[in-house]
Design a protein around this ligand. Structure first.
Ligand SMILES: *Cc1c(COP(=O)(O)O)cnc(C)c1O
Length: 424
């Protein structure tokens, strides 16, 4: 459920008509609903209510500081994968003891930064990383709580670019090596084992892979405890999928997911952490665009819009589907016809949908890409020198620009011409 609904024939974000936002900030623009973000966070929080837990929002899904503040103020922890994300979470007022640092390639500088600033735990992904963290922590005279991300070798049955729990990908250590790795950590100064971490992939629309992975984590908990390690926290990752097409069957609910967690690991007495990103932010944001031209082609018609792959790369990168709807609701019974919906970037990959049934639109009309809140704005670039797409947050009947569109001058003035070219 989200808060983007037609009222009086006009698509609204909560109580704000989208044309009002388009008039103020132009298009393309991302628009988020605060009520939807909070609702999704609370669904997870309630789903885990029977167990001690912390829902750590995966910052990489949508990392605007205003979104982080909204969720952080509601009690969310944060899962970060870079110093930049850590700094964003802190800028949003989230305390270090609610921030988990994940990722396969943390650098010495990043480790030092989060250790100095305060961190809830660091999820380790390799042996060289353990040794480096031990060295950095010791040099600062601190002891850092750690987990090891284990790779349970389960098939998440999702897109290959976002599956992370198979033994042949770069994430975590093979679960079969876990005992040896935990023994090595226990002997390293500056590290304090607190638990186990697992994350098997993103956009999972079936709970079974989670069940298989969590069952392996539960077994490993018993084994590691028998070896003398303290396992008091289980970080179970993110990955719950969302319905990108309205016509599809609904994927599992956070409540089903919470019940599964209680069944598989509830008996262990651990504090549970989860790291959802997509399910919190995905349906809480849309990308609003305008049609530029309707171009009649041979055998197919094109709807050329002012958003492009640099603003929303998911269709080009993952072949992802986004529902695309007119902001002015189609008249009941209006005739649809198929369009290829494309952006202006000079690549055939800049195609949002092929043969998509749409009501005929004229030039300059507003459309909305639904379910664009996660992995949308964060993956935007200025390819083709298109200024970075702005972001707007709506709450009730108010809205605010939470990242303005740079002017052309701002975009160009970041480049500098070396002196030796001036001299030439
Ligand atoms: C990407 C990622 C997440 C979030 O995944 P979603 O599918 O957005 O819920 C959580 N944890 C880790 C370690 C990740 O890499």
């Amino acid at each position: 459920m989200d808060h983007f609904l037609y009222k009086g024939g006009i698509l609204h974000a909560e109580d704000v008509p989208l044309p009002e936002i388009a008039a103020a900030v132009g298009t393309p623009a991302y628009v988020y609903s605060a009520a939807t973000l909070l609702r999704h966070y609370r669904l997870f929080d309630e789903a885990l209510a029977p167990l001690p837990h912390l829902v750590c929002y995966a910052v990489k899904a949508a990392s605007n500081v205003a979104i982080l503040k909204l969720l952080g103020d509601a009690g969310a922890g944060m899962d970060v994968v870079s110093e930049g994300e850590y700094r964003r979470a802190r800028a949003a007022g989230v305390p270090g003891d609610r921030i988990v640092f994940s990722g396969v390639g943390k650098t010495r500088a990043e480790m030092r930064h989060v250790l100095e600033g305060g961190v809830r735990q660091i999820n380790l992904e390799s042996e060289p990383e353990m040794r480096l963290l031990s060295e950095v922590a010791t040099s600062l005279g601190v002891e850092v709580p750690v987990t090891v991300r284990v790779n349970p070798d389960v098939d998440a049955r999702t897109h290959e670019k976002i599956a992370t729990g198979r033994s042949d990908n770069k994430f975590g250590i093979p679960i079969s090596k876990a005992r040896a790795v935990y023994a090595e950590i226990a002997a390293l100064p500056g590290l304090r084992v607190v638990g186990i971490d697992v994350h098997i992939g993103s956009q999972l629309t079936d709970l079974e892979p989670f069940r298989l992975a969590y069952r392996k984590v539960a077994d490993l908990t018993e084994t590691l405890r028998a070896d003398g390690h303290t396992i008091e926290r289980l970080d179970l990752g993110g990955g719950l999928g969302i319905p990108y097409a309205r016509s599809n069957l609904a994927p599992p609910l956070p409540s089903d997911y919470g019940a599964l967690i209680a069944e598989e690991v509830g008996h262990l007495g651990c504090e549970i952490e989860i790291e959802p990103g997509r399910l919190i932010a995905g349906n809480a944001g849309i990308l609003m665009a305008s049609t530029v031209f309707v171009k009649e082609g041979e055998g197919r018609d094109f709807l050329i819009v002012d958003a492009a792959m640099n603003d929303l790369i998911r269709p080009a990168m993952y072949g992802a589907h986004h529902d695309i709807v007119p902001v002015r609701e189609a008249a009941p019974g209006a005739e649809m016809r198929p369009f290829d919906i494309v952006g202006p970037v000079c690549e055939s990959g800049d195609t949002f949908a092929k043969g998509r049934d749409m009501v005929p639109l004229s030039e300059g009309e507003l459309i909305a890409f639904r379910s664009a809140g996660a992995y949308g704005a964060v993956m935007a670039s200025e390819y083709n020198s298109r200024p970075l797409v702005p972001e707007v947050l709506v709450q009730g009947d108010q809205y605010a620009v939470i990242r303005p569109r740079p002017t052309f001058d701002e975009m160009i003035s970041r480049d500098t011409i070396p002196q030796w070219l001036h001299d030439a």
